[in-house]
Write a protein that binds this ligand. Structure first.
Ligand code: AHR
Length: 326
């Protein structure tokens, strides 16, 4: 019942917002032809294989749909994303979509979009705001669930361990939703076995170079580490380089669990250098187009759309690789 009331209120608020915005597809004017719609997308950056696949998928989906896409790359800086959103507001685009680099600090600019009557869609990452009227829909993964899946593999793998299992965690960008949630989900599950101990946890900023650098440093202070949990494939791939440079065998001397399942990560899993990958799908383009069309038609999109995802063992990676899209 409550959900329904919120839905009705959100629909009403959107109609008011759309009606108040000249040049948008206000419900009162009817939908705009798709080739007259303009969407501004403020991307995080190009920090990882996942992000590159996500950008390609979004650009291709807009091309296929015949909807104009204004695209900006924030180079992992919140101030750049805020600037891009402000510029989309000024250009009176029909919809703004963005993947917030960090969770907090968005209320001011999102209130500006709201005041301008421009609906905002969150893709991939969430914002931490008390006011959920600041965005129409949030399309993306359940990052806590991803952390739990990684934790469950570790729990099962070391179910018979009688001695402490030392774990290094390579965190994503500090303050980003996937870094916060993947750490939380993982910690929650591994807490079931007191032998599983995170001995060090540091950010590698979701990049391969960051993963390598942090692993190199942490291996010096923790030479007897058993497992690395990396919040994405790229940092795991960086960790592999650091482990090999230290004369050790990744996947054997030190086990590795990552999140994403992009091509290079899946190849490393197939080669036995990574032991388990939790999938995080970057293919959000088509669903984003559906949301944009719903908004244009005066409909209310689902407030939260969770991406379907799976996990991969080595055997599953070998089977999936030939047809993997990214
Ligand atoms: O927000 C999704 C995360 O961001 C992906 O796991 C990571 O690879 C990317 O940089």
């Amino acid at each position: 019942m409550m959900k329904k009331l919120i839905g009705i209120a959100a629909a009403g608020a959107m109609l008011v917002a759309l009606a108040g915005c000249s040049g948008t597809s206000a419900a009162s004017d009817g939908p705009k032809p798709l080739d007259e719609l303009v969407v501004g997308f403020a991307q995080v950056g190009a920090e990882s294989g996942w992000r590159t696949a996500n950008t390609k998928d979004i650009q291709a989906a807009f091309e296929d749909a015949g909807i104009e896409l204004k695209f900006s790359d924030a180079q992992q800086k919140q101030e750049n994303q805020i600037k891009a959103i402000r510029s989309y507001i000024q250009q009176q685009v029909d919809v703004i979509a963005f993947s917030p680099v960090v969770e907090t600090g968005w209320d001011a600019v999102l209130n500006e979009a709201k005041a301008a009557g421009i609906p905002v869609v969150l893709t991939d990452r969430a914002v931490d705001s008390a006011d959920d009227s600041l965005y129409v829909s949030f399309l993306g993964s359940d990052f806590i669930e991803e952390g739990k899946k990684a934790g469950q593999w570790v729990l099962d793998e070391y179910a018979d361990a009688t001695e402490p299992v030392k774990i290094i965690q390579l965190e994503g960008t500090t303050g980003a939703a996937p870094a916060i949630d993947r750490a939380e989900g993982f910690a929650d599950v591994i807490s079931e076995n007191p032998n599983l101990e995170v001995v060090a946890s540091q950010t590698g900023d979701f990049t391969r170079a960051g993963g390598k650098q942090v692993t190199e440093a942490l291996l010096k202070s923790n030479p007897d580490v058993d497992l690395i949990y990396a919040h994405n494939d790229d940092m795991g791939l960086g960790a592999i380089e650091a482990i090999e440079a230290a004369g050790l065998v990744p996947g054997k001397d030190i086990k590795i669990v990552t999140v994403d399942a992009v091509h290079d990560g899946m190849q490393a899993l197939a080669d036995g250098k990574i032991n388990f990958i939790v999938e995080c799908s970057p293919l959000l383009g088509k669903q984003l187009i559906d949301i944009v069309k719903q908004i244009n038609d005066g409909e209310t999109p689902e407030k939260r759309i969770i991406t379907d995802e799976t996990t991969f063992t080595q055997e599953q990676a070998i089977e999936a690789l030939p047809t993997r899209q990214y």
